[in-house]
Design a protein around this ligand. Structure first.
Ligand code: NAP
Length: 342
C-alpha cells in the first residue's frame, strides 16, 4: 500500500511518516522545494527510509500533486501554516487544500484525511462544564478569535466543498494542542506567556492536549480504518491535567516557571478593559485579549475521545505522565521552535 503525506517535514508529519513505515506502508512525502528533509530522515531512521519517496513541489501545483499521487490510495494532508497574518495563513492552508484535493479526486484516491484542529469549535457560547464532542457547533465567528483559527475553519469548509463537488471521500481529524519533545508543555490554553512570566488564566480548565505520537497514531488510523468516510474525530489523550495541575507538575519537575494567577471571574472584565484600551489607544497594546477569544479558550469544558477510540480502534498508548516527561526532557530540536497551538 502507498500513501501521500503533505507536511511530512513538520513536527506531526514526521511522526506520522515513521508510524506508517513501521506498518510497512510506502510513503510519498510531498514537500516544498525549500523544506529541510533532514529532520524527517532522522525521525524515520535509516532502516525504514527505503520506503520513503520525497518529491519537491509547491502544493499550488496541481499537476505535480497529481503526479506524486500516482499509485497512492490515501492522502494525509498535514501541511498548514501555524502563524502569520490572515492572508498568509489562507495562502498556506486554505488555497493548497483545494489544489491537493482536486488532484486527489482526479487521481481517484480512496480517501483524503484532513488534519484540522480542535480550535474550530464555537466554544464561546458553551457553558462551563459542557461536553465538547464532534457534535459541538463550529465557531460562527472565527475571525474574532485569531487568524490561525479562522484559517482552520475555512480550510475545513474548503475541504467539504471540494469533497461534495468531486465525491472524494473525506475524513477530518481535529487534534487538540500537540505536545512533544521540542515543543514543551505550556500553551495558550494555560494562559498568556509574557516574556518569562506566565499569566495563568483561571486554572480549573482541563487542557485538551495530545502527545505527538498518540496523535500521529490516530491520524494513521483515520486513513486506514474501515467505514469512516465522511466522519470527524477529535483527538485528545486520556487523563488530561488542568492548567493549575500542569503548572504544579512543571514546578515539581524543577522547571523554572514564574506565574501569576487571574481568577476565572476576573478574566472577562479584564479582557473587556484591555480590549477597550486597545481600541481607544488605536493599538498601543496588541489585540490579543478580546472578550470573544477569552470566552473561547479559557473555559472549563469536558472533552471526550470516545469516538476516535471506538471507530478508529485507537488508544493513546503514551500516558500523560510519560508524555509530560518526554516533552520536558526531549532533545529533538524542533525546526520552528514554536509552542503547540490549536
Ligand atoms: N501543533 C499543534 O499543536 C496543532 C494542534 C492542532 C492541529 N494542528 C495541525 O497539525 C498540522 C501539523 O502541525 P505541526 O505542529 O506539525 O506544524 P509544523 O511543525 O509547523 O509543520 C507544518 C508542516 O506544513 C508544511 N507547510 C507549511 N506551509 C506550507 C505550504 N504553504 N505549502 C506546503 N507545505 C507547507 C511545513 O513545511 P516546511 O518544512 O517546508 O516548513 C511543515 O512540513 C497542521 O495542519 C496544524 O494546523 C497542530
Amino acid at each position: 500500500m502507498s500513501v501521500l503525506v503533505t507536511g511530512a517535514t513538520g513536527f506531526l508529519g514526521r511522526r506520522l511518516v515513521r508510524l506508517l513505515r513501521e506498518d510497512g506502508v510506502d510513503v510519498c512525502c510531498l514537500v516544498r522545494p525549500s523544506s529541510d528533509v533532514e529532520p524527517l530522515r532522522r525521525t524515520v531512521g535509516n532502516d525504514l527510509w527505503n520506503g520513503v519517496d520525497v518529491r519537491a513541489a509547491e502544493l499550488s501545483n496541481e499537476e505535480a500533486c497529481r503526479e506524486a499521487m500516482t499509485g497512492c490510495s490515501v492522502v494525509y494532508h498535514v501541511a498548514a501554516g501555524l502563524g502569520g497574518s490572515t492572508s498568509t495563513l489562507f495562502l498556506s492552508s486554505v488555497v493548497p487544500t483545494r489544489t491537493v484535493m482536486r488532484a486527489a479526486a482526479d487521481a481517484n484516491l480512496q480517501r483524503f484525511v484532513l488534519v484540522s484542529s480542535l480550535g474550530v469549535y464555537g466554544t464561546s457560547t458553551m457553558r462551563a462544564g459542557d461536553l465538547l464532542d464532534e457534535q459541538s457547533p463550529i465557531d460562527p465567528y472565527p475571525h474574532l478569535r485569531d487568524p490561525y483559527t479562522y484559517s482552520k475553519v475555512m480550510q475545513e469548509r474548503a475541504a467539504r466543498e471540494v469533497s461534495k463537488e468531486t465525491g472524494l471521500p473525506l475524513v477530518i481529524v481535529r487534534p487538540g494542542v500537540i505536545i512533544g519533545p521540542g515543543r514543551g508543555v505550556l500553551s495558550a490554553r494555560v494562559g498568556l506567556q509574557l516574556g518569562p512570566l506566565m499569566v495563568r488564566m483561571g486554572g480549573t480548565q482541563t487542557l485538551p492536549y495530545t502527545y505527538v505520537d498518540n496523535c500521529a497514531s490516530a491520524i494513521r488510523q483515520a486513513g486506514l480504518a474501515d467505514g469512516v468516510e465522511g466522519e470527524v474525530f477529535n483527538l485528545i489523550d486520556d487523563d488530561l491535567p488542568t492548567a493549575k495541575g500542569l503548572l504544579r507538575m512543571c514546578k515539581c519537575a524543577g522547571e523554572k516557571v514564574t506565574s501569576v494567577w487571574v481568577p476565572r471571574q476576573l478574566i472577562q472584565p479584564m479582557a473587556g478593559t484591555y480590549d477597550w484600551y486597545h481600541r481607544w489607544s488605536r493599538g498601543q497594546l496588541p489585540g490579543v485579549l478580546t472578550p470573544y477569544r477569552t470566552a473561547s479558550i479559557w473555559k472549563p469544558l469536558r472533552y471526550t475521545n470516545q469516538k476516535a477510540k471506538d471507530r478508529l480502534r485507537w488508544q493513546p498508548d503514551v500516558s500523560f505522565d510519560e508524555a509530560f516527561r518526554r516533552s520536558l526532557n526531549g532533545v529533538e530540536a524542533d525546526h520552528l521552535g514554536n509552542r503547540g497551538r490549536i
